[in-house]
Write a protein that binds this ligand. Structure first.
Ligand code: ZN
Length: 318
C-alpha cells in the first residue's frame, strides 16, 4: 500500500449497505469493502462492521463512523432507518474494544457533507447545505465555516421540513415533510398505489429486469430516461417539494452552496442539482448570484472520507 502518514478507517452505515474504507492523510481511499446492512439489530451490524474493517488489512490509528440517526455526546440516540434499533445504542465501546483504537461517531448526512467539505464539492464553502437523496432525504450543514449539528445533534433535517401542511404521511409519522414526496421509500409506496390504480409505468418491469426487490436509484433513473409517465410525474413532484424546502432553508440561512448527493444524484448528475436550484429559486426571498447548487464529487466515498475526517479532527482536538 502506498500510504501517506496515518491511516484512518471511515465507516458509512446506510439503510442498504455498510461501506468501509482505509483513508490516508490526503483523503485518498486506499482500500474499500462493502456489505448489505443486516436487518437484525445492532449486534449483527457491529459484526458486519468488524468483518469489513478486518478485511481491509490496514492498521488504522482511529476509526470514524457515520450512522443514519441522531448522534449526541458520542451515542446513537435514535436510528429510525435501521431495522431493530429501538433503544439508545453504545457503538463506540464495543468497536474501540475490538479494534483497539479510538472511535468517533457522527450522523451519516453530516459525515457525508464533511467528506464533501474536506475533499469534494463543498470544499471552500462557508455556509453549505448537503442534501442526500436516498431511501430517505438527509441533510447536513456547514455554517460560518464549521460543521453545525445543533443543540442535540439533530440539525440539518431538510427531509423533515414541512412543505405541505397536512400533506402526505412521512416515515417520521408526521405529514407533509419533503421526504414524504422525495424519499425513495415514500416514492415507491406512491408508485405502487398509482400503478394499482391503473397508471401505466415501466418502473416495476425495470426493477424485475435489474433483479432488484426495491425501486433503486438505478431503476428510477432508467425509467426517467425512458420518459416513463408515472416516474416522471413522481420525480417532478419530488423536485418541486424539495424546491420548497430548499428555498425556505436558503431564506433562513443565507447559504452560499448546496451540495446534492445520494444514489439519485450519482445517476442523474449535475442536471438534478440544476433542477433543484431552479425549483428552489421560486421560493427565495433574495436569490443570490453567488449561491451554487453542485452535485456530489465523491459519490459513495463521501461517507467513508467524511467519517475518517471526523475521526481525524477528533484526534487532533482531543
Ligand atoms: Zn418526516
Amino acid at each position: 500500500m502506498n500510504e501517506t502518514g496515518t491511516v484512518i478507517v471511515g465507516i458509512d452505515v446506510g439503510g442498504t449497505n455498510i461501506e468501509v474504507g482505509a483513508v490516508d492523510d490526503t483523503n485518498q481511499v486506499l482500500a474499500r469493502a462493502k456489505a448489505p446492512t443486516p436487518e437484525t439489530g445492532p449486534d449483527d451490524v457491529l459484526g458486519v462492521i468488524l468483518d469489513l474493517v478486518h478485511s481491509l488489512d490496514s492498521s488504522p490509528t482511529a476509526v470514524g463512523l457515520g450512522i443514519p440517526g441522531v448522534v449526541h455526546d458520542g451515542k446513537a440516540l435514535t436510528v429510525p432507518n435501521l431495522v431493530g434499533w429501538t433503544d439508545e445504542v453504545d457503538l463506540i465501546s464495543p468497536l474501540s474494544d475490538a479494534l483497539g483504537v479510538p472511535v468517533t461517531l457522527g450522523n451519516d448526512a453530516n459525515v457525508g457533507l464533511l467528506g464533501e467539505w474536506t475533499a469534494g464539492a463543498a470544499r471552500g464553502g462557508r455556509n453549505v447545505l448537503g442534501l442526500w437523496m436516498g431511501t430517505g432525504v438527509g441533510g447536513g450543514l456547514i455554517l460560518d465555516g464549521r460543521p453545525y449539528t445543533g443543540s442535540r445533534g439533530a440539525a440539518g433535517e431538510i427531509g423533515h421540513v414541512v412543505v405541505m401542511a397536512g400533506g402526505a404521511l412521512c416515515s417520521c409519522g408526521r405529514r407533509g415533510c419533503a421526504e414524504a414526496y422525495a424519499g425513495r421509500r415514500s416514492m415507491r409506496g406512491v408508485a405502487t398505489s398509482m400503478a394499482e390504480a391503473g397508471w401505466e409505468t415501466s418502473l416495476f418491469d425495470i426493477r424485475d429486469a435489474e433483479e432488484k426487490t426495491k425501486l433503486t436509484s438505478k431503476v428510477w433513473s432508467k425509467a426517467l430516461e425512458k420518459d416513463d409517465p408515472l416516474a416522471t410525474k413522481l420525480f417532478d413532484t419530488a423536485v418541486e417539494m424539495l424546491g420548497v424546502a430548499l428555498g425556505s432553508t436558503v431564506n433562513l440561512l443565507d447559504l452560499d452552496r448546496v451540495v446534492v448527493g445520494g444514489g439519485l444524484a450519482e445517476k442523474l448528475g449535475q442536471d438534478l442539482a440544476d433542477r433543484l436550484h431552479t425549483a428552489a429559486k421560486d421560493w427565495m426571498l433574495r436569490p443570490s448570484p453567488e449561491l451554487t447548487f453542485t452535485v456530489s464529487e465523491l459519490g459513495d466515498d463521501a461517507g467513508v472520507i467524511g467519517a475518517a475526517a471526523l475521526a481525524r479532527a477528533t484526534s487532533i482536538t482531543a
